[in-house]
Design a protein around this ligand. Structure first.
Ligand code: HEM
Length: 461
């Protein structure tokens, strides 16, 4: 019965480990475990991760999605990109990838995202004025949750929710509360699928909550999609030319059914809020803790963009430190610390026969000294080497996954995070405050800040 322990902050594999791990697999960083009834081999060695991902066919299959599928069958709902498999997934991926997968596709969202950032900055002014020192903002996690939700909704629904307003409209308050509840319930209920069906009559709560949170998520998206359908119809009725973004395109092109659009909007909203907000929270925390790094990122902004110029996506390539900052934040705190695959065939990896279920533990991989010297240190400049910056095939850190089934929202997330960080640094010096506590990461499916992050946003002189 081998023991396994890791010094990664807040990360422990022990609960997942089971007796029967073979020594050979353990020696090569692969670990056998069970997720409920499922048998899984975990791989963290960079070259083996690369081998698994490079062997993927045309429709890679994500592991542990049975409970998502079961909910959709129960309610007669369609699957979205995260939960779909096979040809159904390929069809939707081909439609959506044309609209959001390249930096130039998302460049059109810069203006909308910048409007949300203006509100974010106003909100920071309001929040810090409520503190004694006039500078500290407590629980930036909550602030960035609202920013991320507003940002992604602007892109997905082409409408504003008002999450960052001082007096949030009552209806939006209900939505935010419902969504916060749903996201928090979702985390605790994501293991619903790990509980065998025969146990549900005895432990009914996780499955019931799981369905309830999905009901809420679908309802929320449906309201916004239906509003857009009404808008488009009234424009058509008045003989106007209909122009719009992603949702308008999807509704007009009819490449996806309306049910598929509901499902994809629901799953993209789910995938696009916590991921972006945790990453921004960590980036802010790391900048406050490392003023020397912050100074060099700030100087790069001032020298290449100026103190006041509002950035667009075209400016980001001029600011390699901002890109390095995001990459380094995600290396240290990848929101999805692991990633499951059901491989199409049994694979021989590193000389061992690996059966179909595989978990790729990129959180562990990204702390390997061999891949990243002084791996525990926060060093955005390590990404400045030209060969490092754009190498998605550098399997040492793949926070967005790799290949045809990787994150479809990567460019959206980058846009929202890069533009927000640039403007935050143009406006504020982010500093530790007496209220800043040491914050470790914790995992419950996602890797999240284990405590509230409190930092000062001091005016730039
Ligand atoms: C920092 C932010 C984000 C991170 C770190 C992240 C990470 C990931 C990862 C690791 C995957 C799994 C990839 C794989 O299986 O190989 C994924 C999938 C996905 N992400 Fe993201 N994500 C982020 C933001 C977003 C945003 C903003 C959206 C939507 C607007 C989004 C939508 C999706 C979708 C739909 C999938 C499923 C893709 C498919 O199966 O074809 N993500 N993401």
């Amino acid at each position: 019965k081998p023991q396994f322990s890791t010094s990664l902050p807040g990360f422990s594999l022990e609960p997942f480990l089971k007796i029967g791990v073979t020594l050979a697999i353990l020696q090569s960083f692969g670990i056998e475990s069970h997720f409920g009834p499922q048998f899984v081999v975990s791989i963290a060695d960079r070259d083996m991760v690369a081998q698994v991902l490079r062997a993927e066919g045309r429709t890679p299959q994500r592991a542990n999605m049975e409970s998502w599928q079961e909910y959709r069958d129960l309610r007669g709902r369609a699957t979205g990109l995260i939960s779909a498999e096979g040809e159904q997934w390929l069809k939707m991926r081909s439609v959506l990838r044309q609209k959001v997968l390249k930096p130039k596709d998302v460049a059109v969202f810069s203006e909308g995202v910048n409007e949300v950032i203006t509100d974010l900055i106003k909100r920071i002014h309001t929040l810090r004025s409520q503190e004694e020192d006039g500078e500290t903002v407590t629980n930036v996690n909550n602030l960035f949750f609202k920013y991320s939700m507003e940002g992604v909704a602007t892109i997905l629904y082409e409408s504003r929710l008002g999450c960052l307003e001082n007096n949030i409209p009552e209806k939006t308050v209900e939505y935010i509360e419902a969504l916060e509840l749903m996201f928090s319930m979702f985390k605790t209920t994501m293991y619903a699928g790990a509980i065998p069906k025969w146990l549900r009559p005895f432990i009914p709560k996780p499955w019931r909550e799981f369905c309830r949170s999905w009901d809420g998520l679908f309802k929320f998206s449906q309201i916004h999609v239906d509003n857009k359908i009404k808008d488009i119809q009234s424009q058509l009725d008045q003989g106007e030319e209909v122009k719009g973004g992603l949702l308008t395109y999807l509704l007009l092109s009819k490449e996806l059914t309306v049910e598929e659009i509901y499902a994809n909007m629901t799953e993209m909203l789910l995938a696009g809020v916590d991921t972006t907000s945790f990453t921004l929270s960590w980036a802010t925390y790391l900048l406050a803790k490392h003023p020397e790094v912050q100074q060099s990122v700030y100087e790069e902004i001032v020298n290449n963009l100026g103190k006041d110029q509002v950035p667009t996506s075209d400016d980001v390539p001029k600011l390699p430190m901002i890109r390095g900052l995001l990459k380094e934040t995600l290396r240290l705190f990848p929101v999805l610390p692991g990633n499951g695959r059901v491989t199409q065939e049994d694979l021989v990896v590193g000389g061992y026969l690996i059966p179909k279920g595989v978990t790729l533990c990129h959180y562990a991989t990204s702390y390997e000294e061999e891949n990243f010297p002084m791996a525990n240190d926060f060093r955005p400049e390590r990404w400045l080497r030209k060969d490092n910056m754009d190498r998605v095939d550098n399997f040492g850190s793949i926070p967005f996954g790799y290949g045809i089934r990787s994150c479809i929202g990567k460019r959206i997330a980058e846009l929202e995070i890069h533009l927000a960080l640039i403007q935050l640094l143009q406006n504020f010096e982010i500093k530790i405050s007496p209220k800043t506590k040491p914050v470790k990461a914790k995992t419950h499916g996602l890797l999240t800040p284990g405590d509230s992050i409190n930092v000062k946003f001091a005016d730039r002189k």
